[in-house]
Write a protein that binds this ligand. Structure first.
Ligand SMILES: [Fe+2]
Length: 376
């Protein structure tokens, strides 16, 4: 004989231990709803003999009163009764007490009635006159089926809780890992700035402008984060370029220019073995490639250049023309924008240019306004 659950605890926030505590065993509580006094007495005797605790109701109205104060494992209910019909009562019962099993009894062997009551979710349907054994078997089977369903539901809930807990742990670990990665990138950026104070902060400015352009392009979050991070260290390779060449006033000769250009390869070599969640190494490697294939180091063109690199290339150009250098004063943002406009479709990807021009000049000025050496 299946034992009843004394109480069902809310396990939405509980642990497995709470679940164990929720399955304290007790005799099944059943209610018999029938207007026939003889049937009520016979059934009550049968069920009590089987160790069940029985409550008797002479009609649906009495049944409703009982279910308001007591939780039944099973309700054995007649269909045709004076007042509210058994079907209506059971509909109400299953709405308010979905964990209660229902077995229905009727004097009518009507397939349409049987179909209707099965559809509302009862466990068994007994035709009167019935043999006592038949009723006992139906009730015991219904209790067993209900028990299995409840176990199944609890098991599923436990699994859902477990999955939610594990997912939270993985999410937390990923978030910590990402923070660590961000820390590495920031440390790298500081190293570059130490080496080349003249351009200190420019990587930050490029990163801010590039991120705004990526946002205007409506890239996904991962790509925008990649643009931000790669922009932050796009010139990390300059760490391998002699300071006297980096800060040389006046024009560079061909040899010196080649050394400067090597910063993309050096940057790539520094980053390529770090398993970032973003393609930062490629973005850094390609940020001097140009849309028409005239850039360096590999003369990539069009779609062969990754979007992140194309965005950083445009932001880098704007930033470079808006700030002073040791060998010239700043041409200014207006001239920088004219330069981009002039070479849209040629040096610069039109989609990136369009996104840039979606920003207003004050917005661009704001993004580039970081003071050198700012930690912001
Ligand atoms: Fe660069």
């Amino acid at each position: 004989m299946p034992k009843r659950r004394k109480k069902m605890v809310d396990i939405s926030n509980g642990e497995a231990q709470d679940l164990k505590r929720s399955v304290e065993e007790a005799p099944p509580e059943i209610m018999i709803v029938d207007d026939d006094d003889t049937i009520r007495r016979i059934l009550s005797k049968l069920m009590s003999k089987k160790g069940m605790e029985v409550t008797l109701a002479a009609d649906a109205a009495v049944g409703r009163k009982f279910i308001k104060s007591k939780e039944f494992d099973l309700v054995l209910c007649d269909i045709n009764m004076p007042g509210e019909s058994g079907i209506e009562f059971i509909r109400y019962l299953l709405t308010t007490h979905p964990n209660t099993a229902v077995v229905m009894m009727t004097g009518l062997d009507d397939p349409q009635v049987a179909e209707a009551v099965i559809d509302i979710g009862i466990y068994a349907y007994i035709i009167k006159p019935f043999r006592p054994k038949q009723v006992v078997i139906s009730v015991v089977n219904a209790l067993r089926q209900r028990e299995l369903e409840m176990q199944n539901r609890l098991h599923r809930k436990k699994l859902e809780l477990l999955v939610a807990k594990r997912t939270d742990t993985v999410r937390k670990t990923m978030s910590e890992l990402k923070q660590a990665m961000v820390g590495i990138v920031e440390a790298m950026a500081k190293m570059v700035e130490q080496k080349d104070p003249y351009t200190a902060g420019r990587q930050k400015r490029v990163s801010r402008l590039a991120t705004a352009i990526a946002g205007k392009m409506k890239l996904d979050d991962l790509q925008i984060e990649c643009v931000r991070m790669a922009g932050f260290i796009h010139d990390i390779g300059k760490i391998g370029v002699p300071v006297e060449i980096l800060n040389k006033p006046g024009k560079l000769n061909r040899h010196e220019f080649a050394i400067i250009q090597s910063h993309v390869q050096i940057g790539y070599d520094i980053l390529k073995n770090i398993n970032f969640p973003w393609p930062i190494a490629q973005a850094v490697y390609q940020h001097h490639e140009r849309f028409d294939g005239s850039g360096y180091p590999r003369r990539l063109a069009g779609e062969d250049i990754c979007t992140e690199a194309k965005i950083i290339g445009v932001a880098d150009t704007i930033e470079a023309m808006s700030s002073n250098r040791s060998y010239r004063s700043a041409p200014g943002i207006g001239n920088a924008l004219d330069e981009i406009k002039k070479h849209r479709n040629e040096l610069y990807d039109p989609l990136v240019c369009n996104a840039l021009f979606d920003l207003t000049i004050p917005e661009i000025e704001g993004l580039l306004a970081l003071a050198p050496n700012s930690d912001e």
